[in-house]
Design a protein around this ligand. Sequence first.
Ligand code: NAD
Length: 256
Amino acid sequence: MLKGKTALVTGSTSGIGLGIAKALAAQGANIVMNGFGDVSGAQAEAAALGVAVAYHGADMSRPEEIAAMMAYAVEQFGQVDILVNNAGIQHVARIENFPAERWDAIIAINMSSAFHATRLALPAMQAAGWGRIINVASVHGLVASAEKSAYVAAKHGVVGLTKVTALENATTGVTCNAICPGWVLTPLVQKQVDAKAAVLGVSNDEARNLLLGEKEPSMQFTTPEELGALAVFFCSPAGNNVRGVAWNMDGGWAAQ
Ligand code: NAD
């Protein structure tokens, strides 16, 4: 379905970004990957799906590196048809203890990077008459949790940016939507499981169940594969007039 298209997925060396990159690759899209850590492993997983895969190591907290990544993607594949703004980090602390430097980093990586990549991707999408911008927000773009001030502020901001991007392009073939996962068992969440296990002196399994039990009525983690399938839907013809939604896949979290 996406043969001939190019998808750039930020933060795609791990977790949800990798899941979305693989789901888009399985539909035939060429992939530009980004992120840190096991770059070659992630690239190999996407390339195994038979598409062309490129990688740029832009630090998403740095606007000039985001610009270099967008230029690189165009150089490699001609243009970016699908932009998935996914890179993100977390820090958990009460506001009075929240390090100002962590606030700045979360706002830059989880929110401002989506603005920079979007503003750079839009002109070519508008000229082509087709484009898809998918922002990986969070259920924390819709509701709050204590001790996540920067994350909740950034994710609410991403949902707002999603709506404005959708509105400004509403008469075109360019759509913008947000995905709002509940708990997904990626390294970002495993750190929170480890912290809970350490504080409460319980096992990893018990800590996972406690985490789910606090927020997620389904008592199940959403998977990167399920989120990838939602991204594919947004890119499908059935998604042509889906604009500005913040679609939660959260096991009922925000329904409470
Ligand atoms: P993860 O830690 O597995 O992956 C994060 C990715 O972002 C990695 O590829 C990492 O290298 C990259 N990254 C981090 N800082 C970066 C930077 N400065 N520049 C470039 N890349 C950077 O985490 P994940 O759970 O897959 O998270 C992906 C997105 O999904 C994030 O935006 C996160 O907020 C969101 N999300 C996660 C969950 C969850 O439960 N895991 C729930 C809702 C939303």
